[in-house]
Write a protein that binds this ligand. Structure first.
Ligand SMILES: [Zn+2]
Ligand SMILES: [Zn+2]
Length: 558
């Protein structure tokens, strides 16, 4: 059982207790424990072996016993008992944006509704508005939320899919007689949402791959198996397909199974794939096709086929091009780690520079900094910069764009910082015209360098704001404002289409981790996938530049 899985169970216990209207202190204790476990650097199992689970911050003896039970037995009797008492449909209802524990409890107690289907029916029948404190708007939110929830059950984000696909491939690789096993399909192409995980395997003995797939600890079910094809379901309801080929068929199958479907049908049109037998690299498959090697992220039939026929593909930005990260939180606001810890990890990753961009004062729930605290933080950064040779720390802020488009700090404060990111964290549902003007107003402020997570989308959870993207791109181009690709796999915002268009207009892009935890610094990888799907080149992305070039560029913008 991984730390993540334990954290998830503790969080579910908290949810069930809260739905039962249990003691708020107990609820809080479980949430705190879940948070601590989630953010642990060390594997719980190792702590357990050293008899050190109790040393984890915020874990009392009851929860400690339950964690140990989970590690020993992969189960927890308290969790199972609660699961019997609390209808599990109520937990699904928590996934609907805007529905809190209290509201769900009222709906359950007054109307007896304990699942999403019944909830949708009641909203449609206008029964929800009869309850205290609820109205037509609640019903509308419920219906759109359920719609989004159902869509999210069909697709998963790369943040879940990539690690799972890699772990699954590794497990298959360990099987007897397996030569290759790797993720293909939409995971390899880096699509932000994927319907399933596809793994291509080359093996001497096909039958032994089947046993290996079945023995993976997260395989829940095999739904269909043929000699060279296995379909099934992993944990988190993640569907998978394993395609098994002979070693001599591996490389053309790699191109085929990577897709996209549309792409492969065009490039292999009229060609018998038997002619590729025995080829020893993917590049050689492209050579034999007589077209330029095309990175997986581009294989979508969006103009790349023609370009590859003419050997005119752009050279895409890659992870190793990135020299820094311009959007990072610390425990000065809502981050989990200190300035020193973040800087240490960034330096160890090989970054030349980072910008510390904690939240601004009006974002109270996220511990936004006052002017005084921001100045205090700047002093701390100066001290650290004097100590660290290998990393330059830039002073920044993620300043809130207020409802009317003005910023949460005045210009005097902003002009003293190296990097100003302006982002929206409130009033998500303004009408399109007002929302567009709000963002343009921020773009027009010469102190604003970067607009953070421009459209506000949260994959599977929240649609983008209503905005006129063309108007915004024009304003950004006019004012030289940088747009962010927020690399968090739940965001990937701006998306590939907007990024491609922006770059074609000469707008510069920053690929930022928006890390709230030192491990999140690794998320840049997902931003790179998005950037490559947007056909961005190295020079389109400002954090591929050297420290001096970035600093000069940001200064010259003013
Ligand atoms: Zn933000
Ligand atoms: Zn942020």
């Amino acid at each position: 059982m991984t730390n993540r899985e334990v954290a998830w169970i503790l969080e579910s216990i908290a949810d069930m207790l809260e739905l039962k209207n249990d003691n708020p202190f107990r609820v809080k204790a479980y949430r705190k424990a879940a948070h601590s476990v989630y953010h642990l650097d060390e594997d719980l199992r190792d702590l357990y072996l050293r008899n050190a689970v109790k040393e984890v911050k915020g874990i009392g003896s009851t929860i400690q016993d339950q964690i140990e039970e989970l590690i020993e037995t992969e189960g927890c009797s308290y969790y199972e008992q609660l699961s019997k008492e609390v209808p599990q449909g109520l937990l699904d209802m928590l996934a609907i944006p805007g529905l809190g524990h209290k509201t769900i409890r009222v709906i359950y107690e007054k109307l007896g509704i304990d699942n999403l289907d019944a909830l949708a029916a009641a909203a449609q029948a206008k029964q929800i508005r009869t309850l205290p404190g609820m109205g037509a708007k609640t019903e509308y939110n419920i219906l759109t939320g359920i719609d989004l929830f159902h869509k999210s059950m069909e697709k998963i984000t790369l943040g879940l899919a990539v690690p799972m696909a890699e772990e699954f491939s590794k497990h298959i690789m360990q099987g007897p007689g397996v030569f290759e096993a790797r993720p293909v399909g939409s995971v390899r192409r880096g699509k932000p949402l994927v319907g399933d995980i596809d793994i291509l395997v080359s093996a001497e003995d096909v039958s032994r791959v089947h046993a290996q797939v079945a023995s993976y600890r997260k395989t829940r079910e095999i739904t269909w198996a043929q000699k060279d094809f296995i379909q099934g379901v992993l944990d988190h309801n993640m569907k998978f397909e394993v395609i098994i080929v002979e070693p001599e068929d591996y490389y053309h199958s790699l191109v085929w199974t990577t897709g996209s479907k549309e792409y492969r049908e065009i490039i292999f049109k009229g060609i018998d794939r038997a002619v590729f037998k025995g080829i020893e690299s993917e590049e050689d498959v492209f050579r034999q096709l007589g077209i330029q090697y095309t990175p997986p992220e581009m294989r979508e039939n969006r103009g790349e086929i023609e370009k590859s026929r003419n050997y005119e593909l752009p050279e895409l930005v890659k992870l190793s091009d990135l020299q820094g990260d311009l959007h990072i939180h610390t425990d000065w606001s809502d981050g989990a780690h200190s300035l020193e810890e973040i800087a240490g990890r960034a330096a160890a990753m090989g970054h030349s520079y980072i910008a510390i961009t904690d939240h601004s004062k009006s974002l109270k729930i996220s511990g936004g900094l006052s002017e005084e605290r921001l100045i205090e933080q700047a002093r701390a950064i100066d001290l650290l910069n004097a100590e660290m040779r290998e990393l330059k720390i830039l002073k920044g802020t993620e300043v809130d764009i207020l409802k009317d488009g003005t910023l949460d700090f005045d210009n005097e404060i902003l002009s003293g910082l190296d990097v100003v990111i302006a982002s929206i964290h409130s009033h998500f549902t303004l009408d399109g015209e007002a929302q567009t003007q709000r963002i343009i107003k921020a773009i027009q402020n010469p102190n604003v360098d970067i607009i953070g997570h421009l459209t506000g989308r949260l994959l599977n959870r929240r649609p983008p704001y209503e905005i006129d993207i063309d108007k915004i791109l024009n304003a950004a181009a006019e004012h030289g404002t940088i747009l962010e690709i927020n690399a968090h796999p739940d965001r990937l915002d701006i998306n590939e289409d907007i990024a491609r268009k922006a770059a074609s207009m000469g707008i510069k892009i920053a690929i930022n981790s928006d890390a709230h935890d030192k491990r999140d610094l690794q998320l840049l990888n997902f931003g790179i996938l998005c950037a490559r799907r947007a056909w961005l080149r190295k020079n389109d992305v400002i954090n591929t530049w050297t420290t001096d070039k970035v600093i000069n560029y940001l200064e010259a913008r003013l």
